[in-house]
Design a protein around this ligand. Structure first.
Ligand SMILES: [Zn+2]
Length: 156
């Protein structure tokens, strides 16, 4: 029994514990520092040797990584374009010939209109905010009514 009261004074135990704790803290600090300096490939996660600013093992991994990011970005663009196309078709179907019409918000929703996506906004001098999907715009009126207009027919 190394730490039994008989052989080791209490103060010695505390001194030993203190030394051990300091040693542990230094060791942990060294491990953390070492982990930070280790570099892994951003694509295949293999450990990299050499320069610390290296991000990939080789050109293959760099290309795979960039292609993957590009395809994710492209998918997002495609999805948003699809929503905008549907929104434009809905507005176009409700306003085939006239300059303006008024429908309920529900009608637009039933037809698959997504109010979160539009191409731009336009504020009239009177302070009305129009939302546009390409050349079709709409204005939110009272009682969940929506006025749909074509670009040329906005009254100031
Ligand atoms: Zn790699």
């Amino acid at each position: 029994m190394l730490f039994s009261k008989k052989f080791v004074h209490k103060r010695t135990i505390f001194a030993l514990l203190e030394t051990y704790l300091i040693f542990l803290i230094i060791h942990l600090f060294e491990i953390t520092t070492k982990m930070e300096t280790l570099n892994y490939c951003n694509e295949c996660k293999k450990l990299l040797n050499g320069r610390s600013d290296k991000k990939f093992c080789d050109e293959g991994c760099r290309n795979n990584h960039n292609n993957r990011l590009n395809s994710i970005a492209y998918k997002n663009v495609k999805n948003i374009n699809k929503i905008l196309r549907i929104n434009r078709n809905v507005l176009n179907s409700l306003l085939p010939n006239e300059d303006k019409t008024t429908v309920s918000q529900k009608t637009l929703l039933i037809l698959g209109f997504n109010f979160e996506y539009y191409t731009h906004t336009y504020q009239t001098k009177a302070g009305n905010q129009y939302y546009f999907v390409y050349e079709y715009g709409y204005l939110k009126l009272e009682n969940n009514r929506i006025m749909i207009v074509k670009n040329k027919s906005i009254s100031q």
